[in-house]
Ligand binder design. Structure first.
Ligand SMILES: [Zn+2]
Length: 121
């Protein structure tokens, strides 16, 4: 199975597995070592080793629950970026071309649409 990545608010790529994001820690000739993105905040020592785009080893357990809301927001950012990359509208005048909204704006739109959906029912 291909590795899944999300993009942080600062634009860094994070490896996503089992609902937990991992940040790149270090690299060897063949492997990439990823540590939990809550390493500093929660002192979480869960980490993953990947090799040729496959997870080859998992070390330790998370000492915290997965942050589902943040992961979902990051997926929205990633999907919007992929959409922007894959569908350039180069024939439109510059002011009509698709522009990437900032990350917080996308999250706001998503949250607002959920809120509106709740209000309608
Ligand atoms: Zn963790």
């Amino acid at each position: 199975m291909a590795l899944e990545f999300i993009v942080s608010e600062k634009g860094h790529r994070k490896l996503l597995t089992d609902g937990y994001p991992f940040v790149k820690d270090r690299m060897s000739d063949t492997k990439i070592y990823w540590k939990c993105d809550k390493f500093a905040v929660m002192k979480c020592h869960a980490c993953i080793h990947t090799e040729a785009d496959r997870i080859v080893r998992r070390v330790g357990d998370h000492n915290h629950a997965a942050d589902v809301a943040s992961v979902e927001a990051a997926k929205v950012v990633r999907d919007a970026q992929l959409f922007a990359i894959n569908s350039p509208d180069t024939n439109a005048p510059p002011d009509k071309q698709l522009k990437m909204p900032c990350h917080r704006h996308i999250v706001y739109i998503r949250l607002e649409s959920k809120f509106l959906a709740l209000k309608k029912t």
